[in-house]
Design a protein around this ligand. Structure first.
Ligand code: HEM
Length: 225
């Protein structure tokens, strides 16, 4: 209890849950890249995942808890920091504060909105049911046609725009979040800070270009049905 109430304890919880979320985002990107191998790639991948049955639900519940804890503690830490530094906008007290570090709460909450939309879109098939895998015909091997769902979705300009914008928020959030994780665990001293900053930005850039390549290559007509 004391651990959770201390600022250091909360920062450690933010760092550990953040690392779990970044790991999920990296694995999810690798899985989504199977879209470049056509229906045989992503439909097979999605079927393997769904065949895991109850394990998928165990994983979903764990991830939901991790995501929830990360958000609640993130909001709490932000409110505490703001209360502790009245007029913090006038006096920049953070070392090397930048746009990404000062907008963590905004980029984080926008990502929450995106994830809610994304699950309604691709997992629950609520937002565009007519082009969802549960309404489209199954593929030649009797698998839900996730490939057509993804391609038909991103062929709609507004959907691609939402995803690309969300990936920019993801870039901002990870570019500072990864760096905070390293600092929380004391893996850096003053002189290694520039290296830590570069590594964080590098990880965030790989995620940005990896993810936006999917809607961009689809809208450009390079990946198509
Ligand atoms: C171009 C970008 C993306 C594509 C094409 C994509 C694709 C998908 C697909 C097809 C599913 C449904 C899986 C299924 O139920 O079979 C899914 C689920 C999900 N995605 Fe994404 N995704 C993208 C970006 C992201 C990002 C950036 C995040 C996190 C910030 C994310 C988080 C999730 C989550 C939490 C789920 C629910 C997992 C589940 O159903 O258990 N996705 N995604």
């Amino acid at each position: 209890m004391q651990f959770i109430q201390s600022t250091v304890g909360r920062k450690i919880i933010m760092a550990v849950t953040g690392l779990i979320l970044i790991s999920f985002i990296c694995v999810h990107l690798l899985g989504n890249s199977s879209v470049f191998f056509g229906a045989d790639g992503i439909n097979a991948y999605a079927k393997h995942l769904h065949d895991l049955g109850p394990l998928v639900w165990v994983f979903r519940l764990i991830m939901l808890a991790v995501f929830g804890i990360h958000i609640i503690f993130g909001i709490q830490l932000t409110l505490e920091n703001r209360a502790a530094t009245p007029g913090s906008y006038a006096v920049k007290k953070m070392a090397r504060a930048n746009f990404a570090s000062e907008t963590m709460i905004v980029s984080g909450l926008l990502l929450l909105v995106f994830v809610a939309y994304h699950i309604l879109h691709f997992t629950m098939h609520v937002t565009n049911p007519e082009i969802s895998a549960s309404h489209l015909p199954v593929d030649a091997l009797n698998r839900p046609d996730v490939f057509s769902m993804v391609v038909l979705s991103f062929q709609k300009f507004i959907i691609s725009l939402i995803y690309v914008a969300a990936m920019v928020f993801l870039f901002l959030h990870v570019s500072h979040g990864f760096q905070s994780f390293i600092q929380t665990f004391g893996f850096n001293n003053g002189s290694s800070l520039p290296v830590v900053e570069k590594v964080s930005k590098g990880v965030a850039l790989v995620l940005l270009f990896g993810y936006i390549s999917i809607p961009i290559l689809i809208i450009a007509g390079i990946v198509k049905i």
